[in-house]
Design a protein around this ligand. Structure first.
Ligand SMILES: [Zn+2]
Length: 440
């Protein structure tokens, strides 16, 4: 993964360069028609316009007098047409493509490019799609999905039948904020009143399940402090946030949770609050038929086409288990990923299970580590019965076989000092609610 800003610049450069090549072609066409009789002098004058600066250089020619009488009589070449759609209630991808007059074949090519991201499977209200169309043929050259200020996907045409995809995640600036409040009524109501979002409040409730009975252990007059981190891009909040630390102070107890560098939450003693993961979503052993590889070369196109999960060859019908406690966030059937499930776990984890034959769970259902959620299969674009398994930490797919996921119930001994230092820092922030802090 390169520097994302560089990636954008690079992408823009590629676009500019493609555009100016086209423009240069157009200019040459004009020349053929117009300049034929004017001899080699003018012709050589035009041909030195270089990609990336064609318009500018044409204006800045050293001998404009010979050229300018010709140009105004001919319509200037137009750039590609850009159409924007913002996702509204009741929208789906197919209807949006129809409205831009892009046919189903191209929609399927885009879905194929999205197989490794599955970003188009959930369109949220307010997500923006831009379509870059060839000005003459109306053919789709590029589609961009803007998920939030810091998250964008670009689908770019590679050839007649193929698009590739590029995910851009801007790091942004993370700013810490401490929220403190007294319980008045339920924790849920008090947290919302204090300014936490529904999602943050839900995450906290889920995190303390099993440790804390919110209706019995928390009473009016108890207090809580939350240190949260909010993401900004160009001083605008992206809507992304996470809880860095939380402490409940009740009459008899402190209950606390701290987010550690591994994406998991631990109490102040370093004991895991959230689930411990299973390394494999099945019992026994199954051969890895295709490893995790972000630079995988596509066997047919020869292009880099990331494999964001690991494939295990296994007979169809093999029981598949959730690798940690969580909630089912997607149950989908995708033309290329097949029947698949996504599970959101406490902390900053997400898992996906693709090409299933049977699904035993519904969206919104809570699942337990080791609980059977599906049977493996061969659905979607699949060369044989296998399970494609993904783990995402902080929105990025990582290698499920080697990822730094909590497999043990406590912070490992060798990292305990680092963990304790973080706890001390977060406690200090909880004590100084009104001070502003930059994110770390
Ligand atoms: Zn796979």
């Amino acid at each position: 993964m390169g520097d994302p800003i560089w990636t954008i610049m690079n992408a823009n450069w590629k676009l500019d360069s493609a555009r100016s090549r086209r423009q240069r072609r157009n200019w040459r066409l004009l020349l053929l028609l117009v300049v034929v009789g004017l001899g080699a002098v003018i012709s050589s004058l035009f041909s030195i316009s270089e990609p990336g600066s064609s318009e500018h250089e044409l204006v800045a020619q050293e001998k404009p007098a010979a050229v300018t009488p010709v140009v105004p009589t001919i319509a200037l070449p137009q750039g590609p047409v850009i159409v924007t759609r913002v996702v509204a209630p009741g929208d789906n991808l197919s209807a949006i493509f129809d409205s831009v007059k892009i046919n189903q074949t191209v929609l399927f090519q885009i879905l194929a490019a999205d197989e490794s991201l599955l970003a188009l499977d959930i369109l949220r209200l307010g997500n923006r799609l831009t379509f870059t169309l060839d000005e003459k043929t109306g053919e789709l050259e590029k589609m961009e999905l803007f998920i939030d200020l810091a998250h964008q996907i670009i689908y770019r045409r590679v050839d007649e039948n193929l698009f590739d995809s590029e995910e851009i995640i801007l790091p942004g600036v993370w700013k810490n904020q401490t929220v403190e409040a007294e319980i008045d009524g339920s924790f849920y109501a008090s947290a919302l009143a204090a300014g936490l979002s529904e999602q943050e409040t839900g995450n906290i409730t889920s995190l303390f399940k099993g440790k804390l009975d919110f209706s019995r252990d928390i009473q009016a007059g108890d207090r809580f402090q939350v240190v949260r981190s909010l993401q900004f891009v160009d001083d605008q909040a992206t809507g992304q946030s996470h809880i860095e630390g939380i402490r409940f102070s009740t009459r008899n107890h402190y209950y606390s949770a701290f987010l550690f560098a591994d994406g998991n939450y631990y109490d102040e003693n370093g004991e895991s609050l959230a689930q411990v993961f299973l390394r494999y979503p099945f019992k026994g052993h199954h051969r890895v038929s295709s490893p995790f590889n972000l630079r995988r070369m596509h066997p047919i196109t020869g292009r880099i086409s990331p494999h964001r999960g690991v494939d295990f060859a296994m007979p169809s019908g093999t029981p598949i288990m959730a690798t940690a406690d969580g909630e089912i966030t997607r149950v989908k059937n995708h033309p290329f990923a097949g029947k698949y499930i996504e599970v959101k776990h406490d902390g900053q984890y997400l898992t996906r299970y693709l090409h299933l034959s049977r699904i035993n769970v519904k969206r919104g259902q809570k699942v337990k580590r080791g609980g059977m959620i599906a049977r493996s299969g061969n659905t979607g674009r699949s060369t044989g019965p296998h399970l494609h398994y993904e783990i995402h930490i902080k929105r990025r797919a990582v290698n499920p076989l080697t990822a730094d996921i909590p497999l043990m119930a406590a912070v490992p001994k060798e990292r305990f000092k680092e963990f304790k230092q973080m706890v001390v820092k977060l406690y200090a922030r909880m004590e100084h609610v009104n001070d502003a802090h930059d994110g770390t």
